[in-house]
Design a binder for this molecule. Sequence first.
Ligand code: PLP
Length: 411
Amino acid sequence: MSHNYSLGKYVYLDSPATTQCDPRVTEKMVPFFQELYGNAHSKNHAYGWAAEEAVDIARMHIADFLGVDDREIIFTSGATEANIIAIRGIVDYHRYKAKTPQIHVITSSIEHKSIHACCEQLEEEGVRVTYLPVDKNGLVALDQLANEITNQTVLVSIMAVNNEIGVIQPLQRIGEICAKSGVVFHSDVTQAVGKLKIDFNGSNISLASLSSHKIYGPKGIGALFVKRRPVVRLRSIFPGGGQERGIRGGTLPVPLCVGFGEACRISSQEFPDEFQRISSLSERLAAGILGNIPLAKLNGEKISKVPHISNFAFPYVEGESIIMGLENICLSTGSACSSTSLNPSHVLQAMAVDEYAIQSSVRFGIHRFTTPEDIDIVLEKLPVVIEKLRGMSPLWDMYQEGVDFNEVKWM
Ligand SMILES: *Cc1c(COP(=O)(O)O)cnc(C)c1O
């Protein structure tokens, strides 16, 4: 039986969930599925040497792209795994090696699900976790960070760029606060890589998680940056055969490593042009939305946001209904991980966005392969869909009659 998965003509704007593997990346990977199938850890023959060399080059491309040492890159299956290795690794070091009696971790209330799920598990195991609030623009309360750090605090984990609203956190200042108290700083930089330059050395980041499939590489691979100096004390939760500095055992997926490396090499070359192009598409989208759709509003702070991710509220209609109404346009209301549940976005809730505005929010993800025509298609269809939905919305009628929604008790 053969399958034809070709989808026809769609406008894809769900890039924070995943991106297309760049065709140049795919091409680079193919030989490593075929003739060059060696195990990179085999030291005795040409197959092993070829695989090892390819992995070394890939690791170098990733390190160069980040501006770090290649010995600081640990391959993982993705950012979820990198997050868990980092957080559990630090906590477990303190539990089992340092035998710290009470362990405290600080994170933010708008992290990716993979961080929150890991922290919730640790709470069940007796670790104390503080979830720092954010302001209405999505920025983490820094004054509170300094106040929450105690001599029990072993880790601060705060993401660089949020995957739902695109807001950039002030890593430099967070790093300064951590350094002052001697606390390890981990950052999930998955949505920052390829979108902005991060100064790993200047911002005191000891650990950082990234993912290949968010930057036009293959799915199933990512990396954990582990700073070498000063040394980060981490207990491996994946010891295996001692690969990856003993932090992450297991045979390396050579084709995926090669693809990830190539994705980084291409991104570092094309970064300035791509940023310009995506910024102008983002401005075109925002101008069209804010100019033509009454009450439309950007969620999060415009001035400290990556242009790749924009989240708009269209009050009095449901985000899900908008998305369903926009046939052939691929969008999401928030993170892919929570889109199966109908729970309102924890990110928008943390920003204290009004409940009815949260339900009406849609995320737009612009990427390398987005064209001006794609944006024009959205700008042509979106106002029509919203006007139609508002025409059927009792909330919209109430709004026009002057009902104050902050006074309404929601069920
Ligand atoms: C996508 C994403 C992840 C998960 O990455 P995987 O490689 O799919 O595990 C983690 N954090 C953020 C911010 C993300 O956007």
